[in-house]
Design a protein around this ligand. Structure first.
Ligand code: 5HY
Length: 243
């Protein structure tokens, strides 16, 4: 079985980090294929970055789908371009945000999310409502660290994430924590031990879910919203994206 994981931003160290996190949980005989777009933002922090990450991410998804993978992980916690990706796939496509929310809801009555910057919070709150899990989330918090700080000044950024987890336990009655950034994937085990509660990483969660869906034969429905795109002209630099 081959599972494709795409980091929708263009920072190679994050792609390598999410690939390592996926390979750590992949079952026997499961090969992880990791990539990132050739174009787009170095990190995704809000709606504008997200808009320019999606075309390149979709190019990665379409290429991998054509190579016959068992499914895809979108390794950006906003679940960037998830619905568009499902529209061009028959295999499962799982976003790390949706995956982490579901896993947290299976091991705790209520959870809090700790993401990077406050500007990312509304999109995550919207997704919680979209997925029907807002009632299980006590609060979406921000550690106020930039995404790429998790790649560079790791210890200082990790300390701020840890401090926000402590606040979530003390103030939100959080019974589990969801890490709200793909760049936090390597922190989950240590933070869980430090704070004594489940700390859920979406990369590992999504990888395991894609593998499970492939094993049970659950494929993306092609009826309704996820039907394949209609044939039409696409012009300019997007001409190659035509369905
Ligand atoms: C992510 N941004 O997982 C999100 C997290 C965020 O480039 N990868 C990014 O802060 O929105």
């Amino acid at each position: 079985m081959r599972i494709h994981i795409v980091n929708p931003n263009t920072t190679r160290s994050m792609t390598d980090k999410v690939a390592a996190a996926a390979r750590a949980v992949a079952g026997p005989g499961v090969e992880i294929l990791a990539d990132q777009p050739a174009m787009g933002p170095a990190s995704i922090e809000g709606y504008y970055d997200e808009a320019f990450a999606i075309p390149g991410m979709l190019a990665c998804i379409r290429a991998a789908e054509s190579q016959g993978v068992a499914g895809h992980v979108i390794a950006c916690f906003d679940d960037t371009g998830l619905d568009a990706a499902r529209s061009v796939c028959t295999t499962p496509v799982i976003g790390i945000g949706e995956a982490a929310y579901h896993v947290a809801s299976l091991v705790a009555g209520r959870f809090s999310v700790v993401t990077t910057l406050s500007r990312s919070i509304p999109a995550l709150e919207h997704n919680l409502h979209r997925y029907g899990l807002a009632a299980r989330c006590a609060r979406v918090r921000a550690a106020e660290v930039e995404v790429l700080a998790l790649e560079n000044a790791g210890l200082a950024a990790a300390a701020r994430v840890s401090a926000e987890i402590a606040a979530a336990v003390a103030e939100d009655r959080a019974e589990a924590i969801v890490l709200g950034c793909a760049g936090m994937a390597d922190l989950a085990a240590e933070l869980s031990k430090e704070h004594g509660l489940p700390v859920i990483d979406g990369v590992a969660s999504a990888t395991a879910l894609v593998e499970a869906l492939a094993r049970v034969g659950a494929r993306t429905s092609k009826l309704g919203g996820y039907a394949m795109p209609l044939t039409k002209a696409y012009t300019g630099s997007f001409a190659g994206f035509a369905p």
